[in-house]
Design a protein around this ligand. Sequence first.
Ligand code: DGL
Length: 277
Amino acid sequence: VKSSDPIAVFDSGLGGLTVFRAIRKHLPRENLFYFGDTAHLPYGTKSAETVRRLTLGHLEFLTRRRIKCAVIACNTASAVALQALKRRLHIPVLGVIDPGIREAIVATRNGRIGVLGTATTVASGAYQRGLKNQGRRIRLVAQACPLFVPLIEEGWSRHPVTEAVARHYLAPLIRARVDTVVMGCTHYPLIRAVLQRILGSNVRLVDSAFAVARQTGRSLREMSMLCAKRKRGAARFFLTDTGGSFPLVAARFLGEAPGKLTAVGLGFKVLAKAKLA
Ligand code: DGL
């Protein structure tokens, strides 16, 4: 592995471009791969086992293309597949959950933290476990927000319906008087303004995307693996389905035209054979 080899940013779809963008901003010289499993999106409603199987398969594909480390931008995949990835792959693998937790612990004054995530992320208990390992007495309120991803994908980030849904999801956090809330999903930074308005300006919102970008920089520095090149790094995109309006959405997320795009053909396996009556 060379320091000029790319960092792979993995997500279930295009939402992980929030993480890609944060890494690009923080580490502009790095070569980056972005992999979005658009054929299987969303992960947030699927079983842990399915998310793990998909994530492992795609990361093996990426490691065959020589990457120096992998960032699992998807909170759902980080919640249920990170340990398996760390065991299986021979490169550093970073998830978004621990960096988000660390920032939240530093930010909170009253020790009451809220986490917003997909149904699978919240059900996995990953945030709950991660906070327990930090050793500090923290009260955690974890809230699944299954309607946020489709609303954001639909471009309804500022729609009154999204505001009403957000009020519903945030009510238990407000009741618990949390002073810090982790946006535990790739998509939520896009409704940051709505969340902040409902929670009030005294509540600190933690963006896992920036937390993991900083963590990636620290980890690469410690290993002396930061890319030494002077020019801006290259970006390459892999998607398992290109049916959507990728260049358009990507440009909106990135503020720049996306680089080279490769559609990844998937070899589907027959998992179970059923006899038809
Ligand atoms: N990327 C997922 C996450 O951060 C959200 C979208 C999905 O459900 O696949 O949890």
